[in-house]
Design a protein around this ligand. Structure first.
Ligand SMILES: NC(=O)c1ccc[n+]([C@@H]2O[C@H](COP(=O)([O-])OP(=O)(O)OC[C@H]3O[C@@H](n4cnc5c(N)ncnc54)[C@H](OP(=O)(O)O)[C@@H]3O)[C@@H](O)[C@H]2O)c1
Length: 259
C-alpha cells in the first residue's frame, strides 16, 4: 500500500489525469472539485478498474475556508486522512490588461490559486506533523517565473504559490515532509475554456498549430516526484512542450514562431 493521495481539481485536466496515473501506481485516492457528477463518475470507474485501491470523492470548493476545515474533519472521522496532497485546483480568468480586467476575475484567481491552495496546506499540515510524514505537491506554472501582457494576476498567483512553496520547505524541514513544486508550460486541458469563459473557438486557437503537453505528461511528472526514494526530494520540476521556450513563445507545426 503506497499511501493516500488527496488531489484537488480532480474533475478535469491535470488533476483527472493524475488520478488515473496514481491509481495505476496503487495509491489510495481522494478526488475533490466542485463538479460532483464528474468526480462520482471518475471514482466509480477507478474503483471498478483498480479494485485493490480505495478511491473516494468529495465535493469541495477550495475558496471556502470553513468548507476546507469541515472537509478535513470529515476525512479524519472517516479514517481516511491523506499523507500526500496534490494541490492542483486552479484557474486563469480572462486575458485582459490591468486597466481593462474584470476585478471579479482577480478575486476568483486569488481566492482559488493562492488562498485555496493555502487553506488546503494549513489544515493538513498539523496531521502531517503528527504523522511525521507527508508530501505536498503544488501545481504551479512556468508563469511562477515569467510574466506576459494580460496575465498579471494569474502570474502573480503562481509567483505567490512559488513563494509559499519555498517558505514551507523551510518551515517543515524539522519534519519528514517533502515539498515539490511542478511548473508546467502549456497543457491542453479545459484551462483555456475556463480562461475564456466557455468560448470554445478562442480556447481551441491556443492549441491549434502547436503541440502542447497532454495532462498525462504532467501526471507522469507527479508520479515520478512521489516515487523517488524517501531520502530524495524533487523541490522543483519544470516541464514544457518541446515546442515552447517561454510562456508565450511557441514553435508552430510549420516552423514559424508565435509570441
Ligand atoms: N493547462 C495549462 O496550460 C497549465 C499550465 C501550467 C499550470 N497549470 C495549472 O494546473 C492546474 C490544473 O489546471 P488544468 O490545466 O488541469 O485545468 P482544468 O482542466 O480547467 O482543471 C482545473 C481543475 O481545478 C478545479 N477547480 C477550479 N476552481 C476550483 C475551486 N474553487 N475549488 C475546487 N476546485 C477547483 C476544477 O474543478 P471544478 O471546476 O470541478 O471545481 C478542475 O478540476 C491549475 O492550477 C493550473 O493553474 C495549467
Amino acid at each position: 500500500m503506497k499511501g493516500r493521495v488527496l488531489i484537488t481539481g480532480a474533475s478535469s485536466g491535470i488533476g483527472a489525469a493524475t488520478a488515473q496515473r496514481l491509481a495505476k501506481e496503487g495509491y489510495n485516492l481522494i478526488l475533490t472539485g466542485r463538479r460532483s457528477d464528474r468526480l462520482q463518475q471518475a471514482t466509480a470507474q477507478l474503483n471498478a478498474d483498480y479494485p485493490q485501491i480505495q478511491v473516494e470523492w468529495r465535493k469541495l470548493d477550495v475558496q471556502i475556508e470553513s468548507d476546507v476545515i469541515a472537509f478535513y474533519q470529515d476525512l479524519e472521522q472517516s479514517g481516511i486522512m491523506p499523507t500526500i496532497l496534490v494541490n492542483n485546483a486552479g484557474l486563469a480568468a480572462g486575458l485582459a490588461q490591468v486597466d481593462e480586467a474584470l476585478t471579479n476575475d482577480w478575486h476568483r484567481m486569488i481566492d482559488t490559486n493562492i488562498k485555496g491552495a493555502l487553506f488546503m496546506c494549513k489544515y493538513l499540515i498539523p496531521h502531517l506533523k503528527n504523522q511525521n510524514t507527508g508530501h505536498i505537491v503544488q501545481m504551479s506554472s512556468v508563469v511562477s517565473r515569467e510574466v506576459y501582457a494580460g496575465g498579471s494576476v494569474y502570474s502573480a498567483t503562481k509567483h505567490a504559490l512559488d513563494a509559499i512553496h519555498r517558505t514551507l520547505r523551510l518551515e517543515l524541514l524539522p519534519w519528514n515532509i517533502r515539498l515539490t513544486s511542478i511548473n508546467p508550460g502549456m497543457v491542453e486541458t479545459e484551462f483555456s475554456l475556463v480562461r475564456f469563459n466557455g468560448d470554445q473557438e478562442r480556447a481551441d486557437a491556443v492549441y491549434n498549430e502547436v503541440n502542447p503537453l497532454r495532462p498525462e505528461d504532467v501526471a507522469d511528472a507527479v508520479a515520478y516526484c512521489l516515487s523517488v526514494p524517501p531520502h530524495v526530494n524533487i523541490p522543483e520540476l519544470h516541464i514544457a512542450a518541446a515546442c515552447q521556450a517561454t510562456a508565450t513563445r511557441v514553435r508552430k507545426h510549420d516552423g514559424t514562431l508565435r509570441g
